[in-house]
Design a binder for this molecule. Structure first.
Ligand code: SF4
Length: 733
């Protein structure tokens, strides 16, 4: 911190929260850090309440500043870094010796910088040589990513700059509520409407965004796909399909056309509840406008048919000739701060850096050469996030888990079951700067630096690579995630480098219930690579290696330098050449498929994995509120945000409330086949009478994911967060 009398220190950086990555300046005046908005293309000087208050956590009294170890009494107690590393390294060695390399798993996060996501993937594949790594982005973006990949050959959330939204004549938002989740983005919506554009919103709730819309379609949760097919049906019958575009730039339309032909608007109305007149009005606005943009977000994507649902809207966009046309297109609104970059650099179970497939021999060869290892020694693909979490502690599953930047106790579906799996582990390590619900269960907690205390890069929802700049050093006792990964790599691959490490004796282990793992049965062979140097904790060095590893891949960062980012408002990938252009707009001439054509995918509506019945007669859907972010570990501890959104609630329609005798504020008990939650009633006509809504930012009794469904999409392995069958009753005091 600066001292009194010294000039304030400033850093031009970005908000630590969502994928809009709003520009901000952090100013340290004699140790007091304030946030100032900064003009940046995504926020144009605006910030939401979360951004304004982001600095409050830097000196928060609950901040972790020392490692914690679970002691023989079952409690977490402060420890030294050497003790913490000793517990981790000894545990990993013992478990891998007893059960094999895959006994250790990694769970990452979509908020980690590009450098951390890359380092985490490398740590898993090279230092641990485990196939078991995945991350919480699987719960966020994976359905849109898979649909984009199969249609366009590449997955970049928005294949055009955000500013294009303000110029769209018609903008269709499906399952997206940016007015509440990304408020500065709403200015583009206002601008679009002031220019005479039409905004159409598809959402089961009358959200803040739906209130801005010219037309709001309010379908039953889980029926968006049918709505999309009906819109395509109308485009076909009204002659709005761009036949020249379809013929010259796409393939596979005939199969899609045959399915759409059967989706008469009246059929879609019966299923979804969206009136035929509204479907016709929406189709006309889409089919007759010049510049049209279609966007999906989690409301459409977090389903066991999420990939097919997104594909249905991609099909519609392709039939109308939108992708690649200036001012038009299809895109997805990424949620987490580095949701885009987080899925490009290798922390996904099936990927290597550069968005390469881990089972592609050429990809393995390239990345292994950068890492200095034998490609045959790289593990193969692991399982997806939920499958990984659900296998923890089982006879064939991992026995140890290292968590970076995630809180699955709150954010995973069927959360009680996953909490049980975490408890069954022999070793749970959590790196975080606050004691999240997951950290509370850990054997070892490692205190990490915050966003204002380290440099790095993030990739926002536009595929724009940005600089996160440090304002100050981490407090004493705290280390960066990169430092931790470098230290553990050194300890695991070159044991002599850390003389303080020692394996506990079998007697110590037997007498110490805190050592839940087995003692080592002998040293493991280090991988065929030299131990990482101290440089591997330097984000600039890691980014230079990331560029080499990504070169030639789909997400090619080879031409992105920190200097180049500094000289402009970021750099859009792919950018293969330092002296060549970057790529703000994709698909102008060709798609990233082998033959350059976009691919239609025939997709049919299918019911939700769980439909309502006599026992569970209502649908439940989940989502976010403005003042909270993700699992709430951070935002629940910020005073202004806590006052604005103090706790969970359950929205229900006045008709349903009257039937149940429920009044505003009554405590409700919501049960599904998997569990229950308790929260006060919020009676509102903004929700359908057959549907309940609850936000997912809280743990404890009001945890939304206690009831959500763990049915998975067959392609993306996305859980069905957005619809499940429940019953509700008033809790009588
Ligand atoms: Fe911007 Fe998102 Fe941060 Fe709000 S939370 S200030 S919208 S980046």
């Amino acid at each position: 911190a600066t001292s009194p009398g010294q000039p304030p220190r400033e850093a031009a950086t970005h908000c630590p929260y969502c994928a809009l990555q709003c520009g901000m300046v952090l100013r340290d005046s004699a140790g007091r850090v304030e946030v100032l908005p900064r003009d940046f293309p995504t926020n144009r000087g605006g910030l939401c309440q979360k951004g304004w208050t982001a600095a409050e956590l830097l000196d928060h009294p609950e901040r972790l500043t020392t490692p914690l170890l679970r002691g023989p009494d079952g409690r977490l107690r402060p420890a030294t870094w050497a003790e913490a590393y000793d517990r981790i390294v000894t545990g990993i060695r013992g478990l891998q010796a007893a059960h094999g390399r895959d006994a250790v798993a990694i769970f990452g996060g979509g908020g980690l910088t590009n450098e951390k996501a890359y380092a985490l993937g490398k740590f898993a594949r090279v230092a641990l040589r485990t196939r078991n790594i995945d991350y919480n982005g699987r719960f966020c973006m994976s359905s849109a990513a898979a649909a984009g990949m199969r249609a366009f050959g590449v997955d970049r959330g928005l294949p055009f700059p955000l500013a294009d939204l303000g110029r769209a004549d018609t903008l269709l938002l499906v399952g997206a509520n940016p007015a509440e989740t990304m408020p500065p983005l709403a200015r583009y919506l206002t601008e679009q409407r002031e220019r005479g554009g039409r905004l159409i919103v598809v959402d089961p709730r009358v959200t803040a965004t739906a209130r801005l819309a010219d037309l709001h379609l309010q379908p039953l949760p889980g029926t968006d796909l049918a709505v999309a097919n009906a819109l395509l049906h109308l485009a076909l019958t009204e002659g709005w399909v761009d036949r020249e575009y379809v013929a010259s730039r796409t393939e596979g339309f005939d199969a899609v056309r045959r399915i759409a032909a059967g989706w008469w608007p009246a059929r879609a109305e019966r299923l979804s509840g969206v009136p035929v007149a509204d479907l016709e009005a929406a189709a006309r606005a889409l089919g007759t406008a010049r510049n049209v943009i279609i966007l999906t977000a989690r409301g459409a994507e977090q389903h066991a048919k999420g990939v097919d649902t997104v594909s249905a809207f991609v099909n519609l966009a392709l039939a109308l000739g939108l992708p690649g046309r200036p001012g038009s297109g299809y895109g997805c609104l990424t949620g987490q701060g580095n949701g885009q970059g987080g899925r490009e650099h290798g922390q996904k179970a099936d990927q290597l850096p550069g968005y390469r497939k881990i089972d592609d021999p050429a990809a393995r060869e390239h990345v292994a050469a950068v890492w200095g290892v034998n490609p045959d020694d790289l593990p193969g693909p692991g399982v997806s996030a939920y499958e990984l979490l659900d296998s923890l502690g089982t006879p064939d599953g991992p026995k140890a888990l290292l968590v970076f930047g995630s809180n699955p106790v709150v954010s995973a579906p069927r959360a009680a079951r996953i909490t049980g799996r975490l408890r069954d582990l022999d070793l749970l390590v959590v790196a975080d700067f606050l004691l999240s619900e997951t950290a509370e269960l850990a054997d070892v907690v490692l205190p990490t630096a915050q966003w204002a205390e380290e440099d790095g890069t993030m990739t926002n929802l536009e595929g724009r690579v940005l600089r996160r700049r440090a304002l100050r050093e981490p407090p004493p006792g705290v280390r960066t995630d990169l430092r931790i990964l470098a230290d553990l790599t050194t300890a695991l691959t070159a044991p002599s480098a850390l003389p303080a490490l020692s394996a506990p004796s079998a007697e110590v282990v037997a007498g110490d219930p805190s050592y839940r793992f087995l003692p080592s049965r002998g040293p493991l062979q280090p991988p065929d690579t030299a131990a990482d140097s101290a440089d591997s904790a330097d984000p600039r060095v890691v980014f230079a290696e990331l560029r080499r590893a990504s070169a030639g891949g789909l997400a090619d960062y080879a031409g992105v330098t920190w200097e180049r980012i500094d000289a402009a408002d970021g750099v859009f990938w792919p950018c293969p050449d330092e002296d060549g252009p970057d790529s703000p707009r994709l698909f102008a001439d060709r798609f990233a498929t082998p033959n350059g054509r976009a691919r239609f995918h025939p997709v049919e509506h299918r019911p939700a994995a769980e439909e309502v019945c006599d026992e569970y007669p209502l649908y439940l859907t989940t989502g976010r509120v403005l003042a909270q972010y993700q699992s709430g570990t951070q935002t629940r501890r910020v005073g202004a945000l806590r006052r604005a959104a103090p706790g969970p609630f359950v929205e229900l329609h006045p008709d349903l409330a009257a039937r149940l005798g429920v009044e505003e504020g009554d405590e409700l008990l919501v049960r599904s086949r998997r569990g229950e939650l308790r929260a006060p009633a919020r009676v509102t006509a903004t929700i359908r009478p057959d549907t309940l809504f609850t936000p997912f930012h809280w743990g404890g009794d009001g945890r939304a994911n206690s009831v959500t469904n763990d049915a998975l999409d067959p392609v993306s392995r996305m859980p069905e967060f957005k619809v499940c069958a429940v019953r509700v009753e008033k809790v009588t005091p």
